[in-house]
Design a protein around this ligand. Structure first.
Ligand code: MG
Length: 365
């Protein structure tokens, strides 16, 4: 579950004074979302990293496979890692550091600067070349800020934690709400649109992407339906004729399967095209327009997405039929205008439905 966490970069100057020391540079939902290549490009060389609920669940002994892969990726890039933990169990800390083949330091508990200083000293790196990654604002992020080190705040891996941490979390929730007002979620390498002029506002950027995706879905729908109708062969015949004939022979005649075999098959071809187009729209809008990563909540989002799309389809038929009837132009032009106006209204409906309902950010705990 997301539990109300969000990812993005923070604009510290927009955070109220009292909370500025608790403001990280950026937030990620998962440790593996931390972009190591980018950090390296930015000149970072040493990664200080918290242990419990950042690298593995609280009190855990086993690192998740994706965490091991992430650390290995970092090492391959040339990063050095150092564990900075408030754990009292030093044997376990040594064991974990040994297993990852990374360093660890000891000192006063975070948010004290003691362990940060020790690590910088041990690795002989400048604080500008260092970044802290951790799951707690009041220890990891505050400690890093006090030491002048950039920090990345990751969502805690599990909700199980030390009783003292649970108190911190309650306070964190209050701070977090305030911090999120200074969060820029548009930062994303996957973003192909310029961030200037017309596309400066997030909502116009989203709408532009939504329209581009709508275009691809239309092409997909059209190509699949057309291919199934006319291009795909089946035993020397056209698939649509064979399948349509079968439908006319075997399915109840009250379902009115068109004049010809090919007509009978048309609804099937169109349904398959539309189904693939809907899945295309869902996946691309989810990832590109609304920037949702991972599989989390995907099924629930897809259900809501379908509801919005189905209502949109009904709206489309109702609006275009009524307009077609009401418009004073000749037959052809009335139909043309009715279809275009209905399509525009439904596009706005679908966009708002996806933005405010299907892909709405979770803010409840
Ligand atoms: Mg932790």
């Amino acid at each position: 579950m997301n539990r109300g966490y969000r990812a993005g970069k923070f604009e510290r100057s927009q955070v109220i004074r009292a909370f500025q020391n608790l403001c990280p540079d950026e937030a990620e939902l998962n440790l593996i979302d931390v972009d190591l290549a980018r950090l390296w490009q930015e000149g970072k060389r040493l990664i200080l990293i918290d242990v419990d609920n950042t690298l593995l669940p609280w009190k855990g002994e086993d690192f998740p496979a994706e965490v091991l892969a992430w650390v290995q990726e970092g090492k391959d890039l040339g990063f050095r890692f150092c564990l900075i933990s408030n754990t009292r169990n030093l044997d376990r800390l040594k064991r974990l550091a040994h297993r990852l083949d990374v360093a660890s330091v000891q000192g006063k508990f975070k948010p004290s600067r003691s362990m940060f200083r020790a690590a910088l000293h041990q690795f002989k790196v400048d604080k500008d070349q260092t970044v802290m990654v951790g799951d707690q604002l009041f220890t990891d992020v505050l400690g890093a800020n006090r030491s002048g080190i950039d920090s990345i705040w990751v969502r805690p891996m599990t909700t199980k934690e030390f009783i003292g941490t649970k108190f911190n979390r309650a306070a964190e929730k209050v701070v977090r709400r305030s911090l999120y007002r200074a969060l820029d979620e548009t930062e994303d390498d996957f973003d192909l649109l310029p961030k200037t002029g017309l596309f400066q506002r997030k909502v116009t950027r989203q709408f532009a992407k939504f329209c581009v995706i709508g275009g691809t879905s239309f092409v997909i729908d059209y190509c699949i339906a057309q291919s199934l109708m006319f291009a795909v062969p089946w035993g020397g015949e056209s698939l649509s004729i064979v399948a349509g004939q079968w439908m006319r022979d075997h399915l109840p005649s009250w379902m009115q399967w068109g004049e010809s075999a090919r007509d009978a098959f048309f609804p099937v071809a169109k349904t398959l095209g539309a189904a693939v187009a809907i899945i295309n729209s869902f996946l691309l809008n989810r990832r590109w327009t609304f920037k949702i990563k991972g599989a989390e909540d995907r099924l629930a989002q897809f259900r809501r997405f379908l509801v919005i799309s189905l209502v949109g389809m009904v709206l489309n038929v109702v609006i275009s039929s009524n307009l077609n009837y009401a418009l004073p132009f000749d037959e052809k032009n009335s139909a043309r205008v009715a279809i275009i106006v209905a399509a525009l209204i439904v596009a706005v409906w679908n966009f708002l439905g996806q933005r405010l309902y299907a892909f709405r950010p979770r803010t409840v705990e």
